[in-house]
Design a binder for this molecule. Structure first.
Ligand code: AN7
Length: 350
């Protein structure tokens, strides 16, 4: 029997991690590429596939990068790690730190982190610090603090995070035999778009798998890479990507330029509509993840690109369970009925 060993062991010789480093893993990666037939038909593409990263151990793509960053932190002899987060990084850091016996501090913007992410950080035992400020404030603070304290910073400005996250590009090429024509993904701090582009280029050099055009998608209230300038008060219902000053913004622009791709902004309404569309195909993803599909739909509507004959992978970075309130906030059930068949029959007119 061969079992999936996690991203580090699976791609050991392609990951820049000191060979003596311990391998911390929760068997992340190996996420499915799920066809979205209705979306494919709407867009008129040959095939649209969802890389469902919400199926990672803590429910987001962050686990790929955290496996490598935490392994490297251990190798360096760190006793504690710290990160700023809009939520998913916090939950992932907390889990991998718990796994390896490291102490974990997470700094998050008060009131702006989805319930399932905050609960995750707490469940895995992270010291969770709320600030009256944005993610950008939090990242600035933890960067300054970790520069003079013995704390390993595990945000995606840590290069080892990218080493782990690039494995998603390898998996896609392994599944399809080649890179897709397009890859779409949400962009916040721009670590993931940088990772994918690195991964696709490395595989292309090694295995001649080609490279996709990259479509990065931001929320219109938090779209510094579209407007061209930092946003001091970013706002969007997609709290995962509520980021006004992306740490890897320049690399994101390069990825888009070199891949002949694009970065677009989509409204919160478009994000929610894309989330509903995916749910209608049985895939519940968090709002930020739905942005990747919203961006594709927006481009298709504009008619700037001809997607006929194209294979498109939309990366859905986090599970819908992370942010249940975005759904239940608008759910107002009728009062309960008596537990009687006649009442149930009256209720279900079908
Ligand atoms: C679901 O957790 O920044 O462009 O602190 O949670 O690499 O930042 C999360 C980002 C997309 C954007 N989708 O990725 C954090 C955090 C989801 C995310 C992104 C995030 P980057």
């Amino acid at each position: 029997m061969s079992t999936w060993p996690g991203v580090i062991e699976q791609y050991r010789n392609l990951i820049d991690l000191p060979s003596g480093a311990p391998v911390v893993t929760l068997l992340e990666g190996n996420t499915p590429l799920i066809p979205a037939p209705r979306l494919t038909e709407e867009i008129g593409a040959a095939s649209i596939l969802i890389k469902f990263e919400g199926l990672n151990p803590t429910g987001s793509f962050k686990d790929r990068g955290m496996a490598v960053a935490i392994s490297e932190a251990l190798y360096r002899g760190a006793n504690a790690v710290i990160c700023a987060s809009t939520g998913n990084t916090a939950a992932s850091a907390a889990a991998y730190a718990a796994r390896s016996g490291l102490k974990c501090f997470v700094v998050i913007p008060a009131g702006k982190v989805a319930a399932g992410k905050l609960a995750g950080a707490l469940a895995y035992g992270a010291e969770t610090i709320l600030i009256n400020g944005s993610f950008d404030d939090a990242l600035r603070l933890v960067t300054e603090l970790s520069a003079h304290k013995p704390l390993a910073l595990v945000n995606s400005i840590n290069a080892y995070r990218l080493q782990g996250q690039k494995t998603a590009a390898f998996e896609i090429c392994d599944s399809l035999g080649n890179s897709p024509d397009w890859l779409t993904l949400p962009v916040g701090n721009a670590g993931n778009i940088t990772s994918y582009w690195m991964g696709f280029r490395e595989y292309a050099d090694l295995k001649d798998t080609g490279t996709p055009r990259i479509l990065g998608v931001q929320a219109s209230g938090a779209a510094p890479l579209v407007t061209g300038s930092t946003i001091s008060d970013p706002e969007t219902i997609a709290t995962a990507i509520r980021i006004g000053n992306p740490a890897r913004g320049e690399q994101a622009k390069l990825a888009v330029q070199q891949s002949n791709g694009m970065i677009v902004a989509v409204s919160d309404e478009e994000i929610l509509a894309a989330q509903r569309q995916l749910s209608g195909e049985g895939l519940w993803v968090e709002p930020a993840s739905a942005a990747s599909v919203a961006g594709l739909r927006s481009l298709a509507r504009r008619g700037d690109f001809d997607f006929r004959g194209q294979t498109i992978v939309c990366v859905c970075t986090g599970h819908g369970l992370k942010d249940p309130e975005i759904i239940t906030d608008h759910y107002h059930p009728d009062p309960p009925i008596p537990a009687r068949l006649s009442d149930l029959e009256r209720r279900i007119e079908y």
